[in-house]
Design a protein around this ligand. Sequence first.
Ligand code: HEM
Length: 252
Amino acid sequence: MLAGAMIMLSELNVKFPSDGASWEQFMLRWIHVTAAILWIGSLYFQILVVVPALMKSEQTMRGKMALAVIPKAAWIMRWSAVVVWLFGFRYFMILAKTDALNAGDVSLMWRWIGIWAACWLGAFVIFMGGVESGKLPAPILVLLAAIVTVAAAWINLALVAGPMTSNKTLCISVGGGIGTIMFLAVWGIVWRCQKKLIAWTRAAVEQGAAMPPEFAMVQKKLAVVSAIGAVLTIPVIFFMTAASHFPFLSGR
Ligand code: HEM
């Protein structure tokens, strides 16, 4: 049996890369993608399965069901988002550094990353301002999210694209930028709403407390921002997978 296994291995020509850089990049990608599955999986699960089930359930059961499912799903979503961001950002640094070294000026890496951070943080601040104002109806918030996303992508590409920036760096600038808006929304908007809703629901289920008047407003904010996040996964996954498999933004 051992001999059979040895023959099979020799025919497969198994050979792991011997350099640290290949290992680092592969581990970053592996962990990044696994965490992304958990993040987006738990987001879709809440939107497509949990919320419709809660809407159909009887009023008396709804709070107990929500408490049994939402806190765990929300925890998975928040912390997998942290892993996705950290590992993705480290990988993005490697891509930007490779292009900067090819351009003969390593400091370009920080220039590109600085422009990237400014564009997407700015986009998030505008979007969050719109959400927190409490004055904009859902369709306008959707439009605002679309406008800030397209504007940030446009400005980012206009300032970073050049003969030495590769398709990988440009695709991740846009996909990672949209992913960053989603990440900030998870921690800055979604979790703050979920914390309130969970506390109010727990008080209602355990002590029979009445729901406060803001309950419906917070629930609506959570629903709109979660739905926008779910739609944004489509361009994020497009740009993430295009980085290495669909060179359309640069000849490099
Ligand atoms: C919702 C958030 C995200 C999702 C679902 C996601 C998903 C993915 C997937 C599936 C891949 C593998 C693509 C492939 O091998 O073809 C990938 C690669 C990558 N991601 Fe993300 N990602 C997200 C956020 C981010 C963020 C925020 C950054 C950086 C700040 C980032 C940086 C990267 C990088 C650098 C790669 C490797 C690209 C390459 O060389 O092919 N990602 N991502």
